[in-house]
Design a protein around this ligand. Structure first.
Ligand SMILES: N[C@@H](CCC(=O)N[C@@H](CS)C(=O)NCC(=O)O)C(=O)O
Length: 232
């Protein structure tokens, strides 16, 4: 729940992140959405600071969450940690069945739609855009009561937070002009995809997404990659 009140953690939180990392974005979104007080530290992944590797995370990955003196890694775990630490933010549905269903929804999104995101954004196979439709068709039965969010929730919960960084980058590529505009046109105008598209737009309009997603930096990353692959 996006509360106006700033949530002060029992111990200081530091998030080591990188603007172009969707995994790190999960925890960043959770902290931002819940309006938690934390320190954001940007890590240059191409040139990782010595202190980060020595004193924070020898594994060298983001997200890394520091809570007091403790280190927590792996985005699904760091994000759930935020939800657990701030029950008042209601990032996890109260009802156990709804919770189970929301986890299944997130799993299915990772199974069906993240491969399309990877193909488009990471592999820069710009001809793969239309694959999004088959993936959405398989995913839709798991997206229950998205009114406006999963399970009829009026705010983002954990499952959607885990999904959001990939969903936002997927749309970013479709909107970028780097791929044919036909896919976006169908996605946003065909009644068959209205439910999915409205849900996606609702997610993009949340404080968690608006406060964290840097489209320019992420698009630049893709352009550099396209260029290094000789595709731009
Ligand atoms: N399974 C990890 C994946 C995190 C990940 O791969 N992060 C990338 C950036 S997007 C990273 O830190 N790469 C640096 C490296 O592998 O050295 C998670 O969910 O947290």
């Amino acid at each position: 729940m996006s509360s106006l009140k700033t949530l002060v953690p029992p111990k200081p939180i530091k998030l080591y992140s990188c603007v172009i990392c969707p995994w790190a974005a999960r925890t960043w979104i959770a902290l931002t959405q819940a309006n938690v007080e934390f320190e954001y530290i940007e890590i240059d992944l191409k040139n990782k600071p010595e202190w980060f590797l020595k004193e924070v995370n020898p594994g060298g990955k983001v997200p890394t969450l520091k809570y007091g003196d403790d280190i927590i890694i792996e985005s699904a775990i760091t994000t759930e940690f935020v939800a657990d630490l701030f029950p008042e933010a209601k990032l996890i549905p109260d009802d156990p069945f709804l919770r189970a269903q929301s986890r299944l929804m997130a799993d299915r999104f990772m199974e069906y739609l993240v491969p399309v995101y990877r193909e488009l954004y990471v592999a820069c196979n710009v001809d793969a855009a239309a694959n999004v439709f088959g993936a959405i068709d398989k995913f839709l039965p798991y997206l229950k009561d998205a009114k406006p969010f999963f399970g009829g929730s009026d705010h983002l919960t954990l499952a959607e937070i885990l999904i959001a960084p990939f969903l936002s980058r997927l749309y970013m590529v479709l909107e970028s002009g780097l791929v044919s505009g036909e896919t976006l046109e169908t996605l946003t105008s065909d009644p068959k995809y209205e439910y999915f598209n409205t849900w996606a737009q609702n997610i993009f309009a949340t404080p968690g997404l608006k406060g964290t997603f840097d489209k320019t930096a992420n698009l630049n990353w893709m352009k550099e990659r396209l260029s290094s692959l000789g595709k731009l």
